[in-house]
Design a protein around this ligand. Sequence first.
Ligand SMILES: *Cc1c(COP(=O)(O)O)cnc(C)c1O
Length: 379
Amino acid sequence: MKSRNVEIRYQCSKPVLAGREEEYVREAVSSGWISGAGPYIGQFERGVSDYLGVEDPIAVSSGTAALHLALLGLGLGDGDEVIVPSFTFVACANAVSYCGATPVLADCDRLSWNVTVDSLRAAFSARTRAVLLAHLYGLPADIDPVLDFCRSEKLLLIEDCAQSFGARYKGRAVGSFGDAAAWSFYGNKVVSTGEGGMIFVRDPEKRGQVRRMRSQGMDPSRHHWYPVKGFNYRMTNVAAAIGCGQMEMADYHVEERKRIGRRYGANLADLETGNTVHLPVRPADRMSVFWLFGLVLKTQDPEARDRVIRRLLLEKGIQARPFYIPLHRLPMYASGLPFPNADFIGNNGIALPTYSGLADEDVDWISGAVSEIVREEAG
Ligand SMILES: *Cc1c(COP(=O)(O)O)cnc(C)c1O
């Protein structure tokens, strides 16, 4: 694959369709069920339900749609504040604002990259109604203290599991802890349907409402009767067919990411003990699925990170990616408040190639290239 005339040996991410995805897509096409109805949709929902241990999840057209409907389904709207990490994908804040609610940003932890109770407390106000907790780069946030905080302040908890499908906290899959949860099945996620998402809503009544709102809000017992304003957020049967193939291989994809994450961690440990980088933390009570293996340079040089990424591509054909620009630096969500940890991680974070099938030898070769260039640019 080529990008700007550079030969890419290792893409940062790619979907790996190593199971029966193609067979199921053919079957969807030949049966004519290609739209937002058809047998694969329910089958995919049941597959995810069984795998994650969440009851009756709802397939939708994207992770962003999943966040939007989850928030609406919990009743969030005008005048409500929802605490959102500053260091996360922009869809988190966008989904809150689609509801008419206000995203209020929280700083993250420097080492886990996730928000903590202290940072949530700093963002809390009398208008706070909910916390949108993202489990980033495959690592679950420390959920129990967040749950305690939400209970004591009477806040709703929505988990964003877009980057952490199959990750576990104290043995339980993320997404099963809060009042609602959202997953994304975009092409670079642990499990993919191309574009797609999934919602879990704990309360059965609200769950039914979300299911209806996925399809214009129609009353299931009376055709063309729309008691609420809904959306077209349906997942197609073709996408769900891919998802069914992916779910049969879900253990493989999760185990592959764990293997790759552990190997990068061991290979790059010298950089960390040499005080040059932070590697992902691995708390004993959490199982990360290493969505993308990330490292954060411990440098004061604001250009070092981009030099490392450029040299990895030009000299080695390795496509590494910068971490997110924190939301407090985007014009829409700029608040003027300082978020030093989000800034530090956003400025210095690098995501390395991580996808199922990336062989140990490849991880070793990439690690060698990263060690060499990072030492030269940021050592
Ligand atoms: C990918 C992602 C989303 C959005 O998912 P889409 O399917 O791209 O709409 C939301 N939140 C996080 C943290 C993500 O990584």
